[in-house]
Design a protein around this ligand. Structure first.
Ligand SMILES: Cc1ncc(COP(=O)(O)O)c(C=O)c1O
Length: 559
C-alpha cells in the first residue's frame, strides 16, 4: 500500500494536468476565469442538485428487452418529436382522425337503422322476432360461404348446430359461480375439464380451468407462472421467453401482469423457434418458456420435445399453446400421424391451453387451460377471505359467468365423440398437407415451413410480387383470409367449413398471381394491407404503432 500511494498520486496529477490543458482549449475558459471559490462551490452545488433532480424526475421509458440501442434512441427521438413539436403532433392527430373517419365509414356501411336509446315501453315480441330474423340474416351472410379462414370451425351441419343451440339456450341465465344454485352447470364445467385433460395425458385426474377463450387461458397460465416464480423462487422481475410467432395473448399477459416478454428468433427455413436463441435468453428470472402447436401466423409447430427438455433442465415452466391445434393434434395418432409428444406424458410440459371453441367444434366462448400440478394451478386462482361482501374465490378472470360456455362444450364433446373427432382431425390434417403441397408447387410463392396440423401460410419469392396484393385480390373475390407480417404473407386457417373449397383457393391464388404478373406496377404496394403494414412498420416506436391501431377499436364500439 505504501508503495502504491505515490504512484496513484502521480497518476492523479498527470490526469489533472491533462484535464486542465484540455479545459484551456475550450471556450468555457473565458467565462470561468473570474470564478472565485464561492462561485465554484455554487456552480458545483447547482450541477449536483439539477443532476439529482433529473435522475429522479426524467423518466425514460424502459428499453424493450429485444430492442437495439439504436432502435431505442430512434424511438425516443421520434416520441420527443411527436410529443413536443406542434407540427408533428398535429400531423399525427390529423392522420389519426383520417384513419378514424375511414374506419367509421366502413362500420357505417355495415350498420342499418340504429337504436340509440332505451325504448320507453318494451318492444313487443312479434316485432322483436322480426328484428331477430334481420340480425341473423345479416350475420350469416358470410359464414355460409366456405371462404372464411378460421373464425367458424363447426362442420356445416345445420341439424347439429340447431341441436347445440337448443341445448345451450337452457343455460343462458345460469351462473356456475353459484355452484349451489347451478349444480348441473358446475358439473358440466368440471366434466369438460376432465374430458379435455384426459385427451392431453391427464389420465387419473384433470387439473384445469375452464375459460372464455384461448386468450384467457394463456393469461391465466402466465399469471400462474408469475405468481409461482415470486412465491417459490423469490423472482420479483419475471420474464418469459416466447417464440416470435407466439400468439399476441402472451404479449398481453406481459403488459397486464408486468412480465418481461423476451422474444426468441424464428428459423427462416423451418419457421419454428430457434431453440438456441430461446435457450440463450433464459436467466434466473425466467419463469417459463412457450411453444406453439401450431402458431397462428405460419401454422408451424415449435419443437415441443426439445423445449420440454430445456424447461426440465432449467427447472422452469413450459406452456404449450395448443389453442388452435389441440383438438386436431390429440387425435393425430389415432389416424396414423405421429406428431411426436406434446402433452403431459412429456416430462417438462407444465401447462397447455386448448380451445373447445376452435377445432373442439363447440359454440364460441370456451377454452381450457390445463396444469401439470394443483400447486401451479392455484397460482392462477383468486381468493379473498376478508372482503366485506363475504369470502370470495374464483378460478378464472370472470366473476359471475354464463354457463353456456360449459354447456356448449359439454354438448359438443359428448355428441361428437372420439371416433368422429378422429375423422375430423384426419380431414383437416390431410387437407392442410395437401394444400401446403399444392401451394409449394406454385413457383412464385413459398409455403412457410412444413405446416401439418390446420393452418397454411405462404410468402412471395419474387420481388415484383407483393403477397398482400394476392390477399387484396382474393378479398375482392369473397375470401376472408388473413395477412401476416415479418415476413409478409397470406394465411388460411382450415376449418370443416372451408376445406371443401381448397381447390378453388389454389385456383384463385394462381389466377391472382397471373393478374399481378400482367401488371406488376399497379400491385406493387400491396393494396390496403400493404399500406397498413407499411405505415406501422415505419413508426419506430412499437407502442405508438399499437396506439394508432386503437383508433380502430374506437370505431368498432361506436354507433
Ligand atoms: C395459437 C393461438 N393461440 C391463442 C389464440 C387465442 O385464442 P382466442 O382468440 O380464442 O382468444 C389463438 C387464436 O386464434 C391462436 O391461434
Amino acid at each position: 500500500m505504501e508503495q502504491l500511494l505515490p504512484i496513484v498520486i502521480r497518476e492523479y496529477n498527470v490526469f489533472k494536468q491533462y484535464i486542465k490543458e484540455f479545459y484551456k482549449q475550450t471556450p468555457m475558459q473565458e467565462y470561468t476565469r473570474s470564478f472565485d471559490v464561492f462561485d465554484t462551490a455554487v456552480l458545483v452545488a447547482i450541477l449536483c442538485v439539477s443532476g439529482l433532480w433529473a435522475l429522479r424526475n426524467l423518466k425514460f421509458p424502459n428499453r424493450d428487452y429485444n430492442q437495439s440501442l439504436f432502435g431505442y434512441f430512434q424511438a425516443q427521438i421520434f416520441l420527443f418529436l411527436v410529443n413536443y413539436c406542434p407540427g408533428v403532433n398535429s400531423y399525427i392527430e390529423k392522420k389519426k382522425s383520417e384513419a378514424l373517419q375511414s374506419f367509421n365509414d366502413s362500420m357505417e356501411k355495415m350498420t342499418t337503422k340504429k337504436t340509440l336509446k332505451l325504448p320507453d315501453n318494451g318492444v313487443d315480441t312479434e316485432a322483436m322476432m322480426e328484428k331477430m330474423k334481420d340480425w341473423i340474416e345479416r350475420d350469416s351472410k358470410n359464414y355460409g360461404s366456405g371462404k372464411v379462414s378460421g373464425s367458424l370451425y363447426v362442420m356445416p351441419d345445420k341439424q347439429f348446430i340447431k341441436n347445440a343451440q337448443d341445448f345451450c339456450k337452457h343455460f343462458l341465465y345460469s351462473n356456475p359461480m353459484h355452484a349451489d344454485l347451478w349444480p348441473a352447470t358446475r358439473q358440466m364445467e368440471a366434466e369438460v375439464i376432465r374430458m379435455t385433460g384426459d385427451l392431453f395425458g391427464q389420465e387419473k385426474e384433470s387439473i384445469g380451468i375452464l375459460t372464455t377463450g384461448g386468450t384467457e387461458s394463456i393469461l391465466l397460465a402466465m399469471l400462474a407462472y408469475r405468481n409461482w416464480g415470486e412465491s417459490q423462487k423469490g423472482i420479483r422481475q419475471p420474464n418469459i421467453v416466447i417464440p416470435e410467432t407466439a400468439h399476441a395473448a402472451f404479449y398481453r399477459a406481459g403488459e397486464y401482469f408486468k412480465i418481461q416478454v423476451r422474444i426468441a428468433k424464428i428459423n427462416n427455413t423451418t419457421f419454428q423457434v430457434d431453440v438456441n436463441d430461446l435457450r440463450s435468453q433464459i436467466d434466473s428470472n425466467t419463469v417459463c418458456i412457450v411453444g406453439s402447436l401450431p402458431n397462428f401466423g405460419f401454422g408451424t409447430c415449435d419443437p415441443i420435445e426439445e423445449l420440454a427438455s430445456i424447461a426440465k433442465k432449467k427447472k422452469i415452466g413450459l406452456h404449450v399453446d395448443a389453442c388452435l391445434g389441440g383438438f386436431t393434434a390429440v387425435f393425430a395418432k389415432d389416424h396414423g400421424f405421429d406428431l411426436g409428444k406434446f402433452d403431459f406424458t412429456l416430462d417438462g410440459v407444465t401447462s397447455i391451453s386448448c380451445d373447445q371453441h376452435k377445432h373442439g367444434l363447440a359454440p364460441k366462448g370456451v377454452s381450457t387451460v390445463l396444469f401439470k400440478t394443483k400447486q401451479l394451478r392455484e397460482h392462477a386462482f383468486f381468493s379473498i377471505a376478508t372482503w366485506s361482501g363475504g369470502a370470495y374465490a374464483v378460478p378464472s378472470i370472470q366473476g359471475s359467468k354464463c354457463g353456456v360456455g360449459a354447456a356448449g362444450a359439454w354438448f359438443t364433446l359428448q355428441s361428437i365423440g372420439k371416433k368422429k373427432y378422429v375423422e375430423y382431425s384426419k380431414k383437416i390434417m390431410d387437407a392442410t398437407q395437401s394444400l401446403a403441397k399444392q401451394l409449394s408447387e406454385i413457383p412464385e410463392i413459398k409455403v412457410f415451413g412444413n405446416p401439418q396440423i390446420n393452418c397454411v401460410a405462404f410468402m412471395s419469392k419474387e420481388s415484383w410480387l407483393n403477397a398482400y396484393s394476392i390477399h387484396e385480390i382474393l378479398t375482392h373475390q369473397g375470401w376472408t383470409i388473413s395477412s401476416v407480417q415479418n415476413p409478409a404473407g397470406v394465411h388460411i386457417s382450415l376449418t370443416q367449413q372451408n376445406i371443401v373449397n381448397l381447390k378453388q383457393y389454389v385456383h384463385d391464388i394462381k389466377a391472382a398471381i397471373e393478374k399481378i404478373k400482367a401488371n406488376p406496377q399497379v400491385y406493387q404496394k400491396g393494396g390496403e394491407m400493404g399500406t397498413l403494414y407499411g405505415t406501422t412498420q415505419k413508426i419506430p416506436d412499437s407502442k405508438l404503432a399499437g396506439q394508432a391501431l386503437k383508433v380502430y377499436l374506437d370505431s368498432l364500439l361506436k354507433i
